[in-house]
Design a protein around this ligand. Sequence first.
Ligand SMILES: Nc1ncnc2c1ncn2[C@@H]1O[C@H](COP(=O)(O)OP(=O)(O)O)[C@@H](O)[C@H]1O
Ligand SMILES: Cc1ncc(COP(=O)(O)O)c(N)n1
Ligand SMILES: [Mg+2]
Length: 567
Amino acid sequence: MAYAQLLSCHFNCQNSRLSNPVQVASEVFRQSRGSSFLFRNSDTTQKNQRRIVMNMQEERASKAVHDSEMRIPHVLTVAGSDSGAGAGIQADLKACAARRVYCSTVITAVTAQNTAGVQGVDIVPEEFVAEQLQSVLSDMHVDVVKTGMLPSPGIVKVLCQSLRKFQVRALVVDPVMVSTSGDILASPSVLAGFREELLPMADILTPNIKEASVLLGGVPLKSVSDMRSASKLIRDMGPRNVLVKGGDLPDSLEAIDVFFDGEDFFEMHSPRVNTRNTHGTGCTLASCIAAELAKGSSMLQAVKVAKRYIETALDYSRDIVIGNGSQGPFDHFLALKNISQSSLRQDRFNPNDLLLYAVTDSGMNRKWGRSIADAVTAAVEGGATIVQLREKEAETGDFLDAAKICLKICRSYGVPLLINDRIDVALACDADGVHVGQSDMPARVARTLLGPEKIIGVSCKTPEQAQQAWIDGADYIGCGGVYPTNTKENNRTIGLDGLKAVCLASKLPVVAIGGIASSNARSVIEIGVPNLKGVAVVSALFDRECVLTETRNLHTLLCEAAAALTK
Ligand SMILES: Nc1ncnc2c1ncn2[C@@H]1O[C@H](COP(=O)(O)OP(=O)(O)O)[C@@H](O)[C@H]1O
Ligand SMILES: Cc1ncc(COP(=O)(O)O)c(N)n1
Ligand SMILES: [Mg+2]
């Protein structure tokens, strides 16, 4: 079995939630064995030969699994050193470490720099930049390259040569030209190299307003609408995606960045944090995007996580004092101050987890005489891929106790647990996230309270609400009631058409809810919109005699319906 096949079957195992390495290895063996059945020999020698081949395959499979299990995501930053350690290489190292990604470094310049500005720049000779690139790329498996200060045309050239020689998964280019303090970090002569060689290789380019203006020959950018036009024009220079950063947009109460992927524009809004500590935000944002890409995120998701990380870090560090100048650094390791088990998980949210979304109901548990622990255990054992704890009547203390018990159960199965509505309960037990309705705590506020790592879902009935959910930083949408239901009073039914309209209005993954059971789940999945990822159910699992059997049956049905769509 080819190495690529082994990796792909390892990937399939990961997708199918076999998170335990032993399970993964045995699944790889099972799949790799499949290919050895091609031998149709009967005599003993041939049987022995087959055994030897199978042993070799198992050894190779085991090594492939071991290597890919042990390899951690890796970003190489090609940038300048900042002696004050707020920006440049130092910011990149801190950002990657905070995002739990390995970071190697190729240094292009050494700057004498502090919170007052840049006092000196010493450019590393291009031959030595080339030597550093060769050392790292010839030895280490780099997933993503991120570039910052590229101070001379010769350095741009040797970088492009290395990128052609050693292919990586993605290239993030932060076209550093002027520091926040106004000091020049790259001579205008690098622009030709950018345009001709580097930008066409970039998966994303992240200019700030001044840099976007320089790239466009000096056109001033004064508004979000100017940023949109600029992102489109800059994309024509070759990068697959463009993020024009609006940290320095004058007179704005928000920090707005504009993302353009060649088809759609996305405005990334966050409140402008009132702080002097913004030195290094650009470098950190680009490194964080690179780190998320290295972990396997899509570009849009990587940008959203990075933006949220900056916002949270700036807010956390707004009052820290380092240096006497006007531009202070911020604290990248905010997460370590509140380290939690869930923030150490490799993937905070996988949209495929929405496939079979079990929502608990205390009334139904009472009716059938089962504890919340029994109900949740049966659901996850039966194949529920995510669980939401919904306790509308419970006292806070009881809710928290139930949440802690359910969290333990869900963690042991590797299934995320969300809390309905109660951000305080989610924080207190360190659940994986929350689900909020339109009249609950707004998603934007929930995000500020929960930080960038937690999962946030929002109930939406209309395309407008779906768009708002995305702007507010939600991770998924719960859309319904698709069919009439007894679980929720006065809940307008939107039907399959309403569901489709919401799905089409958003890039967020969607889970359908409301009156869904084995009898109609297939018709829901069959609307065939790519971002409809699954169904959420209450009565169909919990208002039944055997939760385990019902969950198993519905899980099988959903897997079949989803597989039929991809054929
Ligand atoms: N005061 C602030 N509050 C919130 N976000 C900010 C603030 N300043 C910058 N940002 C964000 O930091 C990132 C870097 O932006 P910017 O400062 O424009 O780039 P650069 O550091 O390259 O000049 C962007 O996502 C921007 O929106
Ligand atoms: C070595 C180096 N690289 C990049 C920047 C830009 O960072 P910022 O725009 O936040 O000042 C910098 N000041 N120094
Ligand atoms: Mg800045």
